[in-house]
Design a protein around this ligand. Sequence first.
Ligand code: CO
Length: 491
Amino acid sequence: MTKARSNASSTQSKLEFDREDWASAYVNVEKELSQFPLKAKQGVIPPDLLGTLFRNGPGRLERDGQIVHHPFDGDGMIASINFKNGQAIFSNKFVRTEAWLEEEAAGRFLYRGVFGTQKKGGPFANAFDVRLKNIANTNVIQLGGELLALWEAANPYALDPSNLKTHGVSTLNGTLLPGEAFSAHPRFDPGHHGENRMVTYGVNTGPTSKIRLMEFAKTGALLSDRNDSFKGFAFLHDFVITPNWAVFLQNAISFNPLPFVFGQKGAAQCLSSNSKNQSKFLLIPRDCGAFAGEKPRIIKGPKGFVFHHLNAFEKDNEIIVDSIYYKDFPSIGPGQDFREIDFNLIPEGILKRCSINLKKEFVTTEELSSQCCEFATVNPYREGLSARFAWMAVAQKAKGNGPLQGIKKLDLLTGKKYLWSAAPRGFVSEPLMVPNKASSGEDEGWIIFFTWNGERRATDLLILNSVDLTEQAIIELPIAIPHGLHGSWVS
Ligand code: CO
């Protein structure tokens, strides 16, 4: 399945990953560390790197001998690394969600997971239990004085940024109703209209879907709030902003809840691509922009399925949206073990650019890169504006799917690329671009990310120069953290 193919060149087969190495990352995080000083094993931690990296991801994957059906069902565990004067200090803590506390006490899973984890006892024990377990595992950001651990189907959990202690479920000072959906993918407007803002949304879906678009000041104050309804089921994991628009891509998928209700499948396993449906771009005017108060625009989108976008910007009569497209919605069926997955059978993520012509209401699409990628980012000061450079996690091979093992920098103007690789035994997670405030170049700064070190069976932290991806520092963490989801940088 994942063995080196006979026609692969000797260089390629040397770099071919071992699935055991990849799967070995799926372990419970066994300890919580507080203010643990780290040392670079190789290189030097840049003294100009000042701030804190916060990362979220599943940290509890097994209870009472039962492993989650999909790693996305694992409880959120936050890691933080504070950088100052060339020193780095590490802490990590589970988010004390209500369900985590209950399951810790019980020593077994008491809830079903959205991605297919079932309670023991088969469909009979799971049927009609449609409670959602808020696992707060998808992203972590700072708003006002608090950290927010995000999970898109419910309220965020608030934490203390200094020690990662859980304060509890947050309604953001009464902005959210209890249990209301709140996206795990806020976007940070770097000052399109003066002040920095966090722009985010919540989706309530069904035959009609409601999107609530919210903008917050850095202090956490709510600046604007609007609600729009759209026809059809909407799975909206991510979105993008420009100075005037919030841009959503409504994927062409269907949701059949019956296997979920009857205890046979997790809710997300009931999603499927629907070629009869048409994907649509939903363009909602921002309240601070030129089209404030106007109705949303709806324009037919391309084929394919999108979880994550790279960026968007406005150009004359067009909105340009760069996103990672899959041929189909990938799901792990009830009988499958995610650790046994055959990457060759899953569609790869391809970075594509859509140009949405607002006057003529049509979309043209072009491929920006054919190498399988995920977790793409631009310089945060270019969010919502035209950006020349992008950084992303990539599979080792040039074509087809594979685990993420490299980092790529792509010049969107010239197509020039740089590659850094952790293959064969290393596996990368989402890279963050931290601009060097002392420099003005768009690509000047650092790329920071965790890798799973298959040889050491533990996690490393990598710091690369963002211009040419040269290694600045490799730091071995005294802990094993499973392949993670999203995180953020706080200066
Ligand atoms: Co995401």
